[in-house]
Design a protein. Structure first.
Length: 752
């Protein structure tokens, strides 16, 4: 269209032809308009009508030229806001065209063209805030890594260096036998590097540093998780059961060889019939005073030891949990050292070992079943720290209560419930690192005329990943706290620490399962490819939710501990006592007396730490008081306590969940207060706020039901969660890079 006046039609022609299809309605509308314009000559009308002939559409080149002409005008005049303004400028400010604004506006309307939307279609360089958002470096990553590693920074670096070596390249063979031997070889290297015996006393070759041992377990979890579990079974469960349940004679005989992996072993507790119910196990250890021996026996097939790591191939000995029988009297569950194989790895007489075979994951670990047929062991093989058989053949224990002795014995093994959640945490960190790095690079869609946008810029993608990143950081600090509590434990604190460790094991492993599923989906088809490792992380951590204790059972244990503590404080509870308990040491009564608080929505209030803590404490205390009140009512009505607890099991989970969320929140708050670096503190504060508000949002139904918040407030919290995700997005890549996972361990092409 050489005639400048006719160029006024270019934007409209481009819009109707840009989808390669001119409808009959569009044709008729344009035809009527062109014919009705008296300022156009017959020749000019014919020229314009030729551009809208349905039977003879313009070529792609012509349409592209129209768009190019429009883009030039927009680049030269960035403040243009309407299609008509473009038409005027294309007509070179022709006076006739300038006076036709109402007519052109009506034409746009008749064609169904939205001016704002159409202007977006014309932009060649999209200037939207979504497309302009990007990763930035607003804090020193190395400083945040140091904060995360804490005092264990040196041992963590050492482990990362070792697992980055060429001999730790991932095993790609699908042959389980090859995989298992590779994992065993890796364990030998780690033993040679004195990592396995880190928690054992120095006089038996160890490092006498259990805190470093937990850091080793977590760091190894950036690598193959079969290695972590094999390592944990050998040096943790097997070795530490000797250390925790045995005495000097056992330490001097076994610990050094366990620490160097000269003596591979197992931890044989779980039985087919009695998974989580350790008290109900049926394997027996019958004492013969005449021979000074115990006879270990599996009474029937369902009493076999099952899912025992190290059993199928490599284990030479096992710590076996069995009922001690003396003169036909059952003295409850005790622990015994039982040989399984000789030095040549030949299975010993009376021992039958099966292979659990292929599993969902962790196929580098040789899980097996073990049956004993009247296997005789010497008296000294009883791990006798908490119970023993005297020279007269009588049972003896420094702990007179059978129940307390049993739980004291199990309590010494609580370390496993710290190692597993820390391992799960590392797997979550790996998954998030892969997914967040990928989503920062992966581009999809974008404003018309602009380039595609990183998918991490999309609010829904941020919503999928960033609250999970915040939760992962929160769990990191909470598990450091649990570790410290365990290391510095006193006897009086042990029930609480055991419950806390059990709860955090459930909280962390459930979180990891959910995180890895979201990471897989967030990476689309790429996340489904084995080369990008999320499948291995998902499959290997799947068992974490049920081993070392089924999570749901562990949460019941946590709730029972909280109810027990509750009863100590309020043994004879009346209605007023319940109310006082709920509001004790909190300011939440304000919200009940002043409805303004239940509706308060200003930003400073929503991100306030006191508000978060009070909300978490209120939920914790209220759910606990409610469960206590209900169980008391059921028992008072004549119901057996066993039945009463069964009725309120769903509430028990709520009690445990609320308690753990409050603990995690507090530890995140305390960790941030201790940070000195201003920039690191600032970004972690945002992350903390996201954790706090996303948890409140998750529980908004409860808060609404209880009247603690009104809908206007929960809606404001949802908006604030969205906003915090947006504000954290530029730091997301740096936040996962602060985990400092070795590239060789991450080993996902989409993460680089």
């Amino acid at each position: 269209m050489g005639n400048s006046k006719l160029k006024a039609f270019t934007p409209l022609f481009y819009l109707v032809w840009s989808d390669d299809l001119l409808s009959q309605k569009e044709f008729v509308t344009l035809q009527k308009f062109i014919i009705s314009q008296n300022w156009l000559s017959k020749e000019e009308q014919a020229s314009l009508l030729s551009k809208i002939a349905i039977a003879s559409p313009p070529s792609r080149e012509v349409v592209a030229n129209w768009k190019s002409e429009i883009e030039i005008i927009l680049q030269e005049n960035p403040l243009i806001k309407s299609i008509f303004d473009i038409s005027v400028l294309l007509s070179e400010n022709d006076r006739t065209i300038s006076n036709l604004k109402p007519a052109f506006a009506k034409l746009e309307n008749d064609l169904g063209i939205s001016g704002e939307e159409a202007m977006g279609d014309f932009k060649t360089i999209a200037n939207t805030f979504t497309s302009n958002y990007h990763t930035s470096n607003r804090f020193e990553i190395e400083k945040l890594t140091q904060i995360l590693d804490g005092k264990q920074g040196e041992i963590i670096k050492k482990v990362k260096t070792i697992i980055s070596r060429p001999e730790f390249a991932y095993e790609t063979s699908t042959d389980t036998a090859v995989y298992r031997e590779k994992v065993f070889d890796w364990c030998k290297i780690l033993a040679k590097e004195k990592l396995g015996n880190m928690a054992y006393p120095k006089e038996y070759g160890g490092g006498d540093n259990i805190q470093d041992y937990f850091a080793i377990m977590e760091t190894l979890s950036y690598h193959d998780l079969s290695l972590v579990i094999k390592f944990g079974v050998q040096f943790g469960l097997w070795g530490m059961s000797i250390q925790s349940l045995g005495t000097e004679k056992h330490y001097s005989k076994y610990l050094k060889n366990i620490g160097t992996l000269q003596l591979p072993g197992c931890f044989a507790m779980t039985e087919t019939n009695h998974g989580s119910n350790v008290k109900g196990i049926e394997t027996t250890a019958t004492y013969s005073h005449k021979n000074q021996t115990f006879t270990i026996h599996t009474p029937h097939e369902k009493a076999q030891k099952e899912y025992i790591g190290n059993a199928a191939i490599h284990g030479q000995m096992a710590t076996v949990f069995a009922k001690l029988i003396i003169d036909e009297t059952d003295y409850g569950v005790n622990a015994f050292i039982v040989p399984l194989r000789d030095a040549n790895n030949t299975i010993l007489k009376g021992v039958t070992i099966g292979d659990c075979g292929l599993k969902m994951g962790l196929n580098g670990v040789d899980n097996g079943t073990i049956r004993f047929e009247n296997v005789v062991i010497p008296k000294e093989n009883m791990l006798d720290r908490f119970a023993s058989v005297t020279d007269k053949g009588e049972f003896e224990s420094p702990i007179p209560s059978d129940n307390r002795r049993f739980f004291t014995m199990l309590g010494t093994l609580v370390g496993g419930r710290i190692g597993i959640p820390r391992s799960a945490l590392a797997a979550a960190k790996s998954g998030l690192t892969i997914a967040i790095r990928y989503s920062d690079q992966r581009r999809q869609f974008g404003p018309e005329g602009g380039s595609e946008v990183p998918i991490l810029n999309y609010r829904i993608h941020q919503r999928r990943l960033l609250p999970l990143l915040a939760k992962t950081y929160a769990i990191h600090f909470a598990l450091q706290y649990v570790t410290q509590r365990f290391i510095n434990k006193s006897e009086s604190e042990m029930p609480e620490i055991e419950a806390l460790a059990a709860g955090m094991k459930a909280y962390s492993t459930w979180s990891t399962t959910a995180i890895l599923q979201e990471c897989r989906e967030a990476c689309g088809g790429k996340g489904y490819l084995s080369e990008n490792r999320i499948d291995a992380l998902k499959n290997d951590t799947e068992i974490y939710t049920t081993f070392e204790g089924d999570n749901t059972v562990l949460m019941q244990l946590v709730a029972k501990n909280r109810l027990s503590e509750f009863r100590k404080s309020f043994g004879h509870m009346d209605a007023m006592g319940m109310i006082n308990y709920v509001y004790e040491n909190t300011k939440t009564y304000i919200s009940e007396k002043n409805p303004i608080i239940t509706r308060k929505t200003d930003e400073l209030h929503l991100i306030n730490e006191e508000f978060h803590l009070e909300a978490f404490q209120y939920r914790e205390k209220t759910t606990l008081a409610s469960a206590a009140k209900r169980i008391k009512k059921l028992i008072d009505s004549g119901l057996d306590p066993y039945d009463a607890y069964n009725i309120i099991q769903h509430q028990m989970i709520d009690v445990a969940q609320a308690y753990l969320e409050r603990v995690v929140l507090e530890q995140f708050q305390e960790a941030i207060q201790a940070i000195e670096d201003k920039n690191c503190k600032e970004v972690l504060l945002k992350l903390y706020q996201l954790y706090a508000l996303s948890q409140i949002e998750k529980n908004k139904g409860w808060y609404l039901e209880d009247g603690y918040m009104e809908a206007v407030k929960t809606k404001a919290i949802r908006k604030m969660v969205n906003q915090l995700c947006w504000e954290i997005r530029p730091d997301a890549v740096s936040l996962v890079n602060a985990f400092d996972i070795p590239d060789s361990c991450l080993a996902a092409s989409i993460a680089f």
